[in-house]
Write a protein that binds this ligand. Structure first.
Ligand code: MD6
Ligand code: FE
Length: 122
């Protein structure tokens, strides 16, 4: 992974209280208008002690931040270009998702949203 990506993820994790995050994977998803991510847990990683760092680029989105059970109420968090979310510790397995993306245009990504999620996958 590029050094700049690693530093971004490590610095973000540290500022949220997760020192010495060593991500070994960066998932890159491109969302087009209408695309959504239904409520889910990120639980494919072996080490659930490591946080998730999620970087939003381009078109804005609404993040759904739920609880530890799928049926728990979720709150809506607007995510803009450059926003970084970090979750871990007791919140590592909280359900989350993204509402359908609205049409728009961003000077850097055009009609898309790009999300990077950094993880310790192995
Ligand atoms: C987001 N992404 O796009 C949140 N989870 O703001 C995710 O929760 C996610 O992008 C699992 C795999 C890929 C993802
Ligand atoms: Fe996720």
């Amino acid at each position: 992974m590029p050094d700049a990506f690693l530093k971004l993820a490590r610095d973000a994790a540290a500022s949220a209280g997760f020192e010495d995050f060593k991500p070994d994977a960066c998932l890159v998803n491109r969302y087009e208008p209408g695309a959504r991510l239904s409520l889910h847990q990120d639980k494919n990683e072996h080490d659930l002690g490591a946080p998730i760092v999620s970087v939003s680029l381009g078109l804005p989105a609404v993040f759904l931040w739920g609880g530890l059970r799928r049926e728990d109420k979720s709150v809506r968090i607007p995510l803009m270009h450059g926003d970084v979310m970090v979750w871990g510790g007791p919140s590592r397995l909280r359900y989350h998702g993204v509402l359908p993306l609205r049409e728009g245009s961003h000077s850097l990504t055009g009609g898309y949203r790009i999300n990077l999620t950094f993880r310790k996958a192995t």
